[in-house]
Design a protein around this ligand. Structure first.
Ligand code: ME8
Length: 510
């Protein structure tokens, strides 16, 4: 059986989750659900990055211990995963003892192999990024991401021989042109490597909140080394037996560009140093912007995803994320844009289409699904959609996949108007044509729902259920999405409108 392993970044717990965290988690969930539909053996990992300066400082500000702070904050991140309907198979915390033990074993192994050495170091450190900067990277003396002045730090640290891996990394990039996607991010990472790599400090002396360096307890492991290792430690301890062999290398690490360098340079070099395989792809999506500014915890202009989902439902939010902003690019999100799409697309083009179809089946066919019909152009369009969705999902083009599905939903809306079942119903001689149109609409909706399932899972299940099918009929592996389900005579089960409240009309026949 094919396996599929997808990860999100593990999120910092210095503040509450925001829409950017929800976005990456939903994207990973869309992929996980899609690959399960294909019948693959899927592992979907998310979690929290709990060590390091920002968490320790946040705890200090609140007057609690770091452990108390992270224990409280992690609740919100677990809730976020649940509320966006994420089907993650495990939630890793870097404070898990099992993780910490494995981080120590990993770096001990690199130390024993001579990949780590001690030296005294002086540099400019941005504690919000947890990264050192050289003068040339700063903008007016400030961190380019946080706009704060870095501190000058001088300590004896352990260094990882990153510079040894420059050639090997470049070769890997050249041999794997889709190692980093999209292409612009690949070029960015490759060019960074080709400019030359310095060894990096992988421990901190002044910090207590972290994993102790096993051979020198006065130091803790650099938080990024600790964090990146989550992608393999989780596989080792999340189940009864290690899943490392089954799922490593990961298929996709998802992230935004803020953490590309760590994933495209340091992480692969660490794996090379340990003689491990590299992840197959890093997919770098864009930033969700509000009012043209990147949202981040440190800037304070966050949109609360919990409030949006409470009001409009989680599926509407999931849909909006990938419909509004091309996955892989930056894009602006707003409440106004959200409401527009909710009204015009979800409530009207999808919700209304279902309620009209069901109302007509009830009115003209006693609530029973008519016998299978040929489908004609509609069936062809459904097959094209299926092929387009598969091609788009292969390259993680979630927006293109959704667009193909939506073109088909629009074709169904046109089909109702062009075939006007209410006219056909006036003439008993045209009864076969009426039944074919009703079947085709129901079948088109069923197939749309199967393809929509990864994006809006509960809505898709409701569509399938209201059409009278068993919930769970949403696979792709055994031809469920092919035209012509043989469900003759089953009773439809109309329910509540899919997306109520704004403009969806009552479920009555036109
Ligand atoms: O960087 N738009 O954690 P973090 C889209 N702990 N996505 C966004 C976003 C936005 N405006 N803001 C954040 C860390 N994200 C480290 C990761 S991994 C081994 C360690 C998402 O809490 C996006 O995925 O700052 C980004 O890469 C991530 O949150 C950063 O989360």
């Amino acid at each position: 059986m094919d396996t599929f392993y997808v990860t999100t970044p593990i999120y910092y717990v210095n503040d509450v989750p925001h829409i950017g965290h929800a976005y990456t988690t939903i994207a990973a969930d869309v992929l996980a659900r899609y690959h399960r539909q294909l019948g693959e053996d899927v592992f979907f990992l998310t979690g929290t990055d709990e060590h390091g300066n920002p968490a320790a400082r946040a705890a200090e500000r609140r007057g609690v211990t770091p452990q108390q702070h992270v224990d409280e904050m992690v609740v919100k991140f677990r809730e976020l995963a649940q509320q966006v309907d994420a089907t993650n198979d495990f939630f890793i915390r870097t404070t898990d003892k099992e993780h910490c033990d494995r981080v120590q074993a990993f770096i001990q192994q690199l130390y024993d192999r001579g990949k780590i050495y001690k030296k005294s170091y002086r540099g400019l450190y941005c504690s919000a990024c947890e990264a050192f900067y050289s003068e040339k990277d700063l903008v007016d003396g400030h961190c380019p991401d946080h706009d704060t002045a870095p501190e000058e730090v001088e300590e004896e640290n352990y260094f990882f021989r990153l510079s040894d891996y420059q050639e090997q990394l470049l070769a890997h990039f050249d041999d794997h042109p889709d190692f980093v996607m999209p292409r612009s991010r690949f070029n960015e990472a490759r060019s960074f490597i080709s400019q030359g790599l310095d060894d990096i400090s992988i421990s901190r002396a002044a910090l207590e909140w972290g994993v102790p360096v096993p051979w020198d307890r006065d130091q803790v492991v650099y938080v990024w080394v600790d964090a990146l290792l989550n992608y393999i430690t989780a596989l080792e301890y999340s189940g009864g037996e290690s899943r490392l062999e089954r799922f490593w290398p990961a298929d996709y690490h998802l992230m935004a560009k803020d953490i590309l360098k760590f994933h495209a340079v340091i992480w692969p070099a660490m794996l090379m140093a340990a003689d491990m395989e590299l992840p197959q792809h890093l997919f770098v999506h864009g930033y969700l912007l509000m009012g043209g500014q990147k949202m981040s915890k440190t800037r304070g202009n966050v949109l609360d995803p919990f409030a949006v989902m409470d009001k409009y439902g989680v599926d509407a939010f999931r849909f909006y994320c990938f419909r509004e902003v091309t996955f892989g690019q930056d894009g602006v999100v707003s409440l106004e844009g959200f409401e527009n799409r909710y009204n015009s697309e979800l409530a009207n083009e999808l919700g209304n289409l279902l309620s009209r179809t069901l109302a007509m089946i009830r009115k003209y066919n006693g609530g029973a699904l008519p016998p299978p019909a040929e489908g004609g152009e509609l069936a062809l369009a459904a097959a094209t959609m299926g092929a387009d969705v598969a091609a788009a999902m292969k390259t993680v083009n979630l927006t293109a996949a959704l667009e193909s599905i939506w073109s088909f939903v629009r074709a169904l809306n046109r089909y109702v108007e062009e075939n006007a079942p209410w006219q056909l119903a006036k003439d008993e001689a045209r009864r076969p044509a009426l039944e074919a149109v009703l079947y085709n609409l129901a079948e088109g909706l069923r197939i749309s729902a199967i393809h929509l399932y990864p994006f809006i899972p509960s809505t898709a299940a409701r569509i399938i259920g209201q059409l009278g099918y068993q919930p769970g009929d949403a696979g792709l592996a055994s031809g469920e999405a092919a035209w012509g389900s043989d469900a003759t005579g089953q009773q439809i089960e109309p329910g509540e409108p899919l997306f109520p409240g704004l403009t969806e009309t009552a479920a009555t026949a036109p």
